[in-house]
Design a protein around this ligand. Structure first.
Ligand SMILES: Cc1cc2nc3c(=O)[nH]c(=O)nc-3n(C[C@H](O)[C@H](O)[C@H](O)COP(=O)(O)O)c2cc1C
Length: 192
């Protein structure tokens, strides 16, 4: 069983989101010895945004069904994973832009999604049976719809999310918030 861990925790060792994600993954591994975890550290990847030239190149490759092209390596990896965990802090009411760039790169017609013959609806082609989004937020408001929507666009696996909020608010019980998130992640790890 292949689990793809998309690590968009830019602060790396200092990241509280990453520490929650590592905690989840070790619990999950304890209960699922057969799981093979592939970690994609977005900090270390050379992923390019889709710009005018690359958009044209991509459209040509898709038209010719050249799905083995290296252009699609992230999309192939995403589409074939059984489980997906994404960890990213809340940045600017959303998440670090490298995660959006990654998502642009995996949005590939014919690999991660397709349109029906009439072209008026889409179906996800990605295999995942569960997808988990882990985030931590300094304050409280943060968009909760985007990752959920994009997950259901890519596939019909079950969606889970953990939002640990208020971590930079003076006077908040930070350990309490983190422990609550860990407990929720422990519960998810049993059904994921
Ligand atoms: C560049 C940047 C942007 C941020 N934007 C927001 C934001 O829009 N809303 C918010 O509540 N907190 C924001 N924060 C605070 C982080 O969400 C918070 O500290 C989070 O726990 C950081 O996660 P990490 O420890 O995994 O890096 C921001 C922090 C940084 C560094």
């Amino acid at each position: 069983m292949k689990l793809l861990f998309i690590n968009a925790c830019i602060r790396d060792k200092e990241s509280r989101t990453l520490s929650l994600a590592r905690n989840f993954l070790s619990k999950y591994k304890e209960n699922n010895k057969d799981v093979e975890i592939k970690e994609l550290v977005l900090n270390d990847e050379k992923i390019n945004p889709i710009l005018n030239t690359s958009l044209k190149e991509r459209d040509k490759l898709i038209k010719n069904k050249e799905y083995e092209n290296k252009f699609f390596s992230y999309a192939r990896e995403f589409a074939s994973a059984d489980k997906i965990v994404i960890a990213a802090p809340c940045w600017d009411y959303s998440f670090p832009s490298i995660l959006k760039v990654y998502i642009e790169n995996i949005c590939v017609l014919g690999l991660t999604f397709k349109y029906n013959t009439k072209g008026n609806t889409s179906t996800g082609l990605s295999k995942f049976s569960s997808l988990l989004y882990i985030t931590t937020i300094g304050g409280y408001p943060c968009d909760k719809t985007y990752i959920k929507n994009i997950a259901s666009f890519f596939g019909n696996g079950k969606y889970y999310s953990v939002y640990a909020k208020g971590l930079d608010i003076v006077g908040n019980d930070i350990n309490g918030i983190i422990n609550k998130a860990k407990k929720r992640l422990d519960k998810i790890s049993k059904v994921f």
